[in-house]
Design a protein around this ligand. Structure first.
Ligand code: DOR
Length: 303
């Protein structure tokens, strides 16, 4: 088993589901043995219920997917009462993903989830491209100070490991990653989807009801690898890499670029067994290459 450790918490392997694509795990549990995964990262939860954006909210593109879900979820209390009890039945880590409209929301979410023993870690989503935040309309993780404030607030209100999930859309991603580290974050998770849009020439309409959305899937993998590599060199805390993982080889490339763990998102829609297969494939590669742990491969690019 290729065990990893983030913020003092052990994960049985480096493969996690990416937030949003796996819901609570229930939908996938008929395809995937959740016990074989390092962690299930739940769909981002907000304080109150959100209905999400106008449909259509997903569009298929060559080698990519566009989404504009808009953080649809039933709110924090529903999550605690209905989602968490299901995941308690599995021998995997449960990571709650949270998003708020301001620092106070993140504080409340962190405080409440800190009381839930079923939650092993918290991913702080500061980078959803499908919602409008604050006055400057930017993503929280595009601003160093806001990133620091949110992560510090969450840090003060939980003793569970916390990951900061960030957007690729910044001038220098290392500045944001360092803000997460300074605030006491235990890992940097990247990349969230890339703001994008698609149009249909026949109807002259945008593909999404929200007009714009976030791009994910194989097309974004080279962007994600580059940013993971940049962040890996800039901070000492672990990096959780994601963006276009479609097989174990892709995941191993992320580890070579410095990731301690990986998350699988869009690929689940193409192959519902992908997370489990990726975990198995990583294990096989480590065995075949006599690697004893993730540190034997992490960041070890031949350059
Ligand atoms: O692409 C994304 N879509 N990233 C997020 O963080 C949330 C999600 C949504 O709900 O729109």
């Amino acid at each position: 088993m290729v065990k990893i450790n983030i913020g003092g918490l052990e994960f049985k392997n480096p493969v996690m589901t990416a937030s949003g694509t796996f819901a609570s795990g229930k939908e996938y549990s008929e395809f995937v043995d959740l016990n074989k995964l390092g962690a299930v990262v739940c769909k981002t939860v907000t304080l109150n219920q959100r209905d999400g954006n106008k449909p259509p909210r997903i569009a298929d593109m060559p080698s990519a997917m566009l989404n504009s879900i808009g953080l649809e979820n039933k709110g924090l209390e529903y999550f605690i009462e209905n989602t968490l009890p299901f995941l308690k039945n599995f021998d995997t880590r449960t990571v709650a993903s949270i998003a708020g409209n301001n620092v106070e929301d993140y504080t409340t979410l962190a405080k409440r989830l800190n009381e839930c023993k079923e939650v092993h870690a918290i991913e702080v989503n500061m980078s959803c491209p499908n919602v409008v935040h604050g006055q400057n309309k930017g993503l929280f993780s595009q601003d160093e100070k806001t990133t620091f404030e949110i992560m510090s607030a969450v840090r003060k209100n939980t003793n569970k490991p916390i990951f900061g999930k960030i957007s690729p859309m910044v001038a220098d991603i290392t500045v944001i990653a360092k803000a997460i580290e300074r605030a006491g974050g235990d890992a940097v998770a990247l990349i969230n989807t890339i703001p994008a849009m698609g149009v249909d020439l026949k109807t002259r309409r945008p593909l999404l009801g929200n007009i714009t959305g976030g791009l994910s899937g194989p097309a974004v993998k080279p962007v994600a690898l580059k940013l993971v590599w940049d962040v890996y060199k800039a901070v000492k805390i672990p990096v959780i890499g994601m963006g276009g993982i479609m097989c174990a080889q892709d995941a191993l490339e992320f580890i070579l670029c410095g990731a301690t763990a990986v998350q699988v998102g869009t690929g689940n829609f193409v192959n519902p067994k992908l997370t489990e297969e990726t975990a198995l494939g990583i294990e096989k590669y480590f065995k075949e290459n006599n690697l004893s742990g993730v540190d034997d491969l992490k960041g070890k690019l031949n350059i």
